[in-house]
Design a protein around this ligand. Structure first.
Ligand SMILES: *[C@@H]1O[C@H](CO)[C@@H](O)[C@H](O)[C@H]1NC(C)=O
Ligand SMILES: *[C@@H]1O[C@H](CO)[C@@H](O)[C@H](O)[C@H]1NC(C)=O
Ligand SMILES: *[C@@H]1O[C@H](CO)[C@@H](O)[C@H](O)[C@H]1NC(C)=O
Ligand SMILES: *[C@@H]1O[C@H](CO)[C@@H](O)[C@H](O)[C@H]1NC(C)=O
Ligand SMILES: *[C@@H]1O[C@H](CO)[C@@H](O)[C@H](O)[C@H]1NC(C)=O
Ligand SMILES: *[C@@H]1O[C@H](CO)[C@@H](O)[C@H](O)[C@H]1NC(C)=O
Ligand SMILES: *[C@@H]1O[C@H](CO)[C@@H](O)[C@H](O)[C@H]1NC(C)=O
Ligand SMILES: CC(=O)N[C@H]1CO[C@H](CO)[C@@H](O)[C@@H]1O
Ligand SMILES: CC(=O)N[C@H]1CO[C@H](CO)[C@@H](O)[C@@H]1O
Length: 547
């Protein structure tokens, strides 16, 4: 098993048949058809709401019951929003008056527990240090969801501090939320750091969820939880009042069961924000991401394969992944695309560079202090990384030293932060590996519109330049695949039935194009339907409807 440790501890995982549950195929929908939640897409829910077949309150109650069915096993949601039912009732009232704010109106969404809300819910990044802290207002992400009429149903568990704490821990573990597990094999490594968002979306515990990514934290949990994940261009979605790792690399994006649902969510959250000046780089109006979902969008397009990255990993690429990838490339060619090599010319150089954490270390110290300075109530008086380290070492539930804080030590040992002159050359090197020597150079030189890789290899390079990536389910590990544990020894990292995805990497702000290609591939393959989780909540909308 190849262990890829990007900044967001990506672990590779794994499949097979298991139970075969009948799925809604879309056939025989009579006019009062109520979809099964694991299969329901946004448009089906909206149809049901419009026809009055069920209400947003019903949706909140159904999804909540589903969460409670599996929370003891999977620990994917850390807090439910105590106001969710009343928010849904308001959405129902507005709809009854003909006032529908957006396609997400009245639709429950879960958000990662590093995206702040100005309500009863805590925003902790999984640390007890921030339990009870208050923010001055909603994060821009939460505000945009509310403005779209969505119901923020709860907060999802994550790898603590978005995985920026320990070199030896487990994906999906936080002191405050416990250990999240994936649903495709018992004790599955959910990957991270948007672990709870991944598990929750896959089991339809909400329509979709928001995750955050610094390097792999949306893509990797989407990969192993059988999901579509969109890692947007840094700056397309505001990070205001999101607990940061790196202003240069952090981004917030949707994790959903289909490309179109993810597109709807991205539509609601993308856009400029005075509180995050990286959003000022957005070129022009936000495109119509939903309209970009076009079955024919691969026709006549040049698509690259980062062949030298595949060669670099060589025998470490698991045969089921390589086989599925080769099939995917063929299907994309069959859909009308021209396939060419689009190599990342500095890939080996990047891999050999020992300075992998310099940018993040530098950004984290400053960004974290900025976030903490925004708090209007700070119960433990935590102002900076030193305070957090001290708190973590002294507070038993933080499980130190079993869960180490060695990433922070590396940040302290690096004497400078992102305001110092030393930062600049390191940042330029990083931009070179990701840009000219990475994805941006590859796109430019080969005149391609997107570059493909198996998702487990796709996060690191685009992270360096903040360029977008979309992952779509591509396959799963077979029944005879050997079970392997993670290094920490508590999670099944590889084994039968574990899904994996295909990534489309593009130029900055090319999300609409990537969504088109991803949709064209998804609609031709529908690999999400190939496998079932071993645990599926059973509550459906009809179970909670007032009789
Ligand atoms: C937030 O944390 C506080 C302190 O532990 C707790 O009392 C409160 O119930 C939490 N909020 C929610 C919505 O769980
Ligand atoms: C945002 O502000 C920072 C600090 O003032 C600056 O370094 C950066 O270039 C700005 N970014 C954009 C996209 O304007
Ligand atoms: C790049 O590819 C597009 C088709 O995707 C084509 O129309 C265009 O002429 C090509 N440009 C160059 C410089 O080859
Ligand atoms: C890309 O890399 C592969 C593997 O190293 C190599 O065989 C191929 O020739 C390269 N393609 C181009 C166009 O340079
Ligand atoms: C960043 O570094 C500068 C220069 O060394 C220092 O003055 C500043 O306090 C540091 N900021 C943080 C948040 O550590
Ligand atoms: C697993 O099964 C596949 C065919 O289904 C076979 O090609 C492969 O050799 C088997 N692997 C092991 C480790 O038994
Ligand atoms: C990681 O932690 C586990 C559990 O504490 C331990 O068994 C293992 O030896 C550690 N690995 C390393 C490389 O420190
Ligand atoms: C925190 C929380 O909501 N936990 C719930 C998990 O599910 C069980 C039922 O199985 C509830 O009793 C817990 O309250
Ligand atoms: C809401 C919820 O499910 N919270 C759970 C998170 O995980 C811990 C254990 O790790 C449970 O005790 C909580 O109930």
């Amino acid at each position: 098993m190849l262990h890829l440790i990007w900044l967001a501890l990506v672990s590779v995982a794994t499949f097979t048949t298991s139970l075969s549950i009948p799925r809604n195929t879309g056939g025989c929908k009579n006019s009062n058809w109520i979809p099964s939640l694991i299969d329901a897409d946004l448009e089906e829910l909206v149809t049901g709401l419009e026809k009055g077949l069920f209400t947003s309150v019903d949706l909140v109650n159904a999804y909540t019951a589903r969460i409670l069915e599996v929370n003891d096993t999977l620990h994917m949601v850390t807090e439910l929003n105590p106001d969710a039912v009343s928010i849904a009732a308001e959405a129902d009232d507005l709809r009854a008056e003909g006032n529908v704010l957006s396609p997400l109106h009245g639709i429950p969404i879960l958000i990662k527990n590093n995206i702040a809300t100005d309500d009863e819910m805590n925003n902790t990044a999984g640390s007890f240090a921030l339990l009870g802290a208050k923010v001055p207002r909603d994060s821009t992400m939460a505000a945009k969801l509310r403005k779209a009429g969505a119901v923020i149903l709860g907060k999802t568990n994550l790898s603590q501090w978005a995985n920026y704490r320990s070199f030896n821990t487990s994906n999906g573990w936080s002191a405050h939320g416990g250990q999240t597990f994936g649903a495709y094999i018992p004790n599955q490594d959910p990957s991270g750091s948007s672990s709870g968002s991944g598990v929750s979306s896959s089991l339809a515990l909400a329509l979709a969820s928001l995750g955050t990514e610094t390097s792999g934290s949306i893509l990797s949990p989407a990969d192993v939880n059988n999901l579509v994940g969109i890692k947007p261009t840094v700056g397309l979605t505001s990070r205001y009042l999101v607990i940061p790792i790196s202003e240069h690399q952090d981004t917030v994006g949707p994790m959903a069961r289909s490309v179109k649902d993810a597109a709807y969510v991205l539509q609601a959250i993308a856009g400029k924000d005075d509180h995050d000046n990286y959003t000022s780089a957005i070129p022009g109006p936000i495109p119509d991401y939903v309209a970009a979902c076009n079955f024919n969008s691969l026709a006549g397009v040049r698509i690259g394969v980062a062949a030298n990255v595949l060669e670099f990993y060589g025998e470490y690429i698991d045969p089921p992944v390589m086989q599925a990838f080769n099939e995917a490339v063929q299907q994309i060619a069959d859909a009308g695309a021209t396939i060419v090599d689009a190599n990342f010319t500095a890939f080996e150089e990047w891999n050999d560079d020992p300075d992998g954490l310099v940018i993040l270390n530098a950004d984290f110290k400053v960004g974290l202090a900025n976030y903490l300075s925004e708090l209007t109530y700070n119960p433990n008086g935590i102002e900076n990384l030193h305070d957090i380290r001290d708190f973590t070492h002294e507070f038993p539930a933080e499980k130190w030293p079993k869960r180490d804080t060695l990433i922070w030590r590396s940040a302290f040992r690096q004497g400078f932060n992102n305001t110092s002159p030393e930062f600049w050359p390191a940042y330029q090197a990083s931009l070179f590996y990701g840009g000219e020597g990475g994805i941006l150079g590859a796109l430019e030189r080969t005149n391609t519109s997107a570059v493909l890789l198996p998702t487990q290899f796709s996060a690191g390079i685009p992270a360096l330049v903040g360029s977008p990536v979309i992952t779509v389910p591509m396959g799963f590990y077979p029944a005879n695949w050997t079970v392997e544990m993670n290094d920490f020894g508590n999670l099944v990292e590889a084994g039968p039935n574990i899904p994996f995805g295909l990534s489309f990497m593009g130029a900055k702000f090319s999300e609409a194009d990537l969504i088109g290609y991803a949709y064209a591939y998804e609609q031709r393959t529908k690999h999400r339907n190939d496998i079932q989780p071993y645990i599926i909540p059973s509550t459906e909308i009809t179970d909670v409807m007032a009789k």
